[in-house]
Design a protein around this ligand. Structure first.
Ligand code: ADP
Ligand code: MG
Length: 304
């Protein structure tokens, strides 16, 4: 998954449970990676319109992505892959594509064209998907399940910005999770005190390049334009009970922008969030406000 992962657990069965969780994460990589030719996703991407049978993991993630795509009006769209490739975000060979090229690639972007039937998936010819926006969240949920069913009730996992806090700290206090800051001049934004929660951050600062025009281009693409989303939001942290949902939402809400993200939260609920704007405002939903300590001297705005 091209990221650093750290898994820490306490208790009698902890080492054994962690070994199993790590094994599960590695197996997921094999079935979900777009760069492993035999993976379910690679087979789907090279299917040229044919129906492909996929495993339960790929199926669950694709289904969840479609649900959030619908609810977010297409802000999350796993068929964005051809556009991501054109920008070089898949290989590191970055370059800003010409607007004509983006326009023609956008014709291959439309999540409503993904068809699921039982355990098979069909993509139109030329289409391809990438689960990067939800795979780490799904993997952290799988790791959580393994730890809990092995009897572990005290653990903290971090899969590249997808944090899962299981239970409370060994001393009984809530876990303290630092929320990364999107700004270069500060290490973190603040501290969340949580128990039994996923905390997932998506930010424009994570993966980006400076174009020949001197502009900064980051890795979260607005499927409506084909360009990195530019709407005044710098980062979104989602706090909730489901790893995959928090991950899907962190990406979708970053694309939606401040106002539509708030609308989404009010309409759908089931999670809390922290929005950070490019002009350095921090906006926190009421359900998590008491658990968040801002580490800068800036004010935290609370929304209801
Ligand atoms: P990260 O992987 O950096 O932690 P995210 O969970 O926000 O962050 O996922 C970003 C990844 O999702 C990108 O690297 C890319 O693979 C993919 N992606 C980018 N834009 C979109 C989009 N609008 N919809 C779905 N996937 C996207
Ligand atoms: Mg995400």
């Amino acid at each position: 998954m091209d990221t650093l992962m750290s898994l820490t657990a306490y208790g009698d069965n902890a080492q054994d449970a962690l070994d199993k969780a790590a094994e599960r994460i590695n197996a997921l990589e094999q079935s979900l990676s777009v760069t492993i030719p035999e993976s379910d996703i690679s087979r789907l991407n090279s299917s040229a319109g044919a129906t492909v049978s996929v495993g339960e993991d790929a199926l669950t993630i694709i289904q969840k992505s479609l649900e959030i795509s619908e609810k977010s009006g297409g802000a999350l769209d796993i068929t964005i892959y051809p556009v991501l490739k054109a920008w070089g975000f898949t290989t590191g060979e970055y370059s800003a594509p010409a607007s004509e090229e983006l326009a023609s690639l956008l014709e291959l972007v439309d999540y409503t064209k993904i068809h699921i039937n039982g355990s098979t998936v069909t993509l139109p010819e030329g289409y391809s998907v990438d689960l990067g926006a939800l795979a780490k969240g799904y993997a952290s949920g799988c790791a959580e399940d393994i730890l809990r069913s092995s009897g572990v009730d005290c653990a903290i996992l971090n899969l590249g910005g997808n944090v899962c806090a299981i239970g409370s700290r060994p001393d009984g206090e809530p876990w303290k999770v630092a929320v990364a800051s999107p700004f270069e001049d500060e290490e973190y934004l603040g501290i969340l005190t949580v128990e039994d929660k996923f905390i997932v951050t998506s930010g424009k600062y994570e993966r980006f390049f400076i174009g020949e025009d001197g502009r900064k281009y980051h890795h979260i693409i607005d499927p409506e334009t084909g360009y990195p989303s530019e709407n005044g939001l710098a980062a979104v942290t989602v706090i909730g009970e489901s790893g995959i949902e928090c991950d899907a939402l962190s990406t979708a809400l970053l694309v939606l922008g401040e106002e539509k993200a708030q609308e989404y939260w009010r309409k759908n609920g089931g999670f809390e969030m922290i929005l950070v704007t490019e002009d350095k405002r921090t906006i926190v939903t009421s359900g998590i406000a008491e658990n968040f300590t801002n580490s800068s001297d800036r004010m935290t705005e609370v929304i209801n």
